[in-house]
Unconditional design. Structure first.
Length: 345
């Protein structure tokens, strides 16, 4: 399993990161533990979770995933085998901390609660799950809307969060910090304020990246390269779309589309683009799941790709993508499809 540096730190994480968001909703604790065991056996040393997991988010499931991970740590004594990442909810969530956004105060509260659930004394990478000012990554419009997303105290809020994170790094509760669902401008502000105030520097950004959602290729890629804020690519299969299981209107029982009673990525454009990628994989004798994941791994700005599964069979297939190298011909054909379908979801 290839290792990549996490930002400018000395930490080296595996290029495959184990995602966990279904544990406690679609998956039982036993199933989650089986996935951790499989990942460890495959050589994976990187695991990502969040206080709001399991998904879909709710008062009943929030925190369950961290508890499942914590129980595995306690039962096995193998906390040292993983570089552990978690996240605080960015914007207000009605059932978390009285609907408060991320701030220096709420970060301190959230970290202590996560440490308790995870049954550990430190989190190696702590991330803001989405910008506290709001994020258009979830809206599907690909349109910046300042009247919705920005507030007068945006920069003060970032500084306040950095102060809180800095205190926790000094205390040893956190190792490094990152963001998620962020923009080039947002990351630039985090880096600028941290440098001005001598506070911790971002080491990563966790954004969606896959064959059908490639905004990161432009300004974010340039920033990532020059500032060494590597991408932790989530949803490399576009929520399962790129497996082909939703083609022609299918909604398999137990799938995410079925579980969440709707599939927001599915439309006439995404169906057409997915059909092209499925045909491309078939022409080259590739499994479409492994081709999609291997593509994200091939990008120069990717530190790790986060894979999630609801079965060990799915997980084994996804892990196998680390052994797949896409040929120049395959990459050229992927670019040709992307040229025709630059924004299918």
């Amino acid at each position: 399993m290839k290792l990549n540096k996490l930002g400018r730190t000395d930490l080296r994480v595996t290029e495959i990161c184990l995602g966990t968001m279904t544990w406690g909703s679609q998956n039982t604790q036993a199933e989650g533990h089986a996935q951790i065991d499989m990942a460890l056996e495959a050589g994976i040393n990187f695991m990502d979770t969040a206080e709001i997991y399991a998904v879909p988010r709710s008062l009943e499931t929030s925190g369950r995933t961290e508890e499942i991970i914590g129980n595995w740590f306690k039962q096995t004594g193998k906390r040292d085998k993983f570089i552990l990442a978690s996240k605080i909810a960015g914007g207000p969530v009605e059932f978390i901390r009285d609907n408060s956004r991320a701030s220096g105060k709420t970060i301190r509260q959230a970290v202590d609660a996560s440490l308790k659930r995870l049954q550990t004394d430190h989190i190696d990478l702590y991330q803001i799950h989405w910008a506290s000012r709001g994020s258009y990554n979830f809206e599907g419009s690909w349109t910046y809307a300042p009247h919705k997303q920005d507030t007068a105290d945006t920069l003060d809020n970032i500084a306040d969060m950095l102060e809180g994170l800095g205190d926790l790094v000094k205390q040893g509760k956190l190792g490094h910090i990152g963001v998620s669902n962020e923009t080039a401008w947002g990351i630039a502000q985090w880096l600028r304020i941290a440098e001005q105030k001598g506070l911790p520097r971002l080491v990563s950004v966790q954004n969606e990246y896959n064959l059908t959602r490639r905004q990161f290729d432009l300004d974010m890629a340039e920033l990532s390269h020059h500032e060494q804020v590597g991408l932790l690519a989530y949803s490399p299969l576009a929520g399962g779309l790129l497996t082909g299981k939703y083609q022609n209107g299918a909604v398999p029982a137990g799938s995410r589309g079925d579980y969440q009673k709707g599939f927001w990525r599915y439309n006439e454009h995404s169906q057409a683009a997915t059909a092209e990628y499925l045909a491309l994989a078939a022409r080259h004798g590739l499994d479409p799941v492994q081709m999609a994941i291997a593509f994200t791994l091939s990008r120069p700005f990717t530190t790790a790709t986060i894979i999630g599964a609801t079965s060990t069979a799915q997980l084994a297939l996804a892990i196998g993508a680390a052994d797949v190298t896409l040929s120049p011909d395959v990459l050229a054909e992927i670019d040709a499809v992307h040229r025709c379908y630059p924004r299918p979801i």
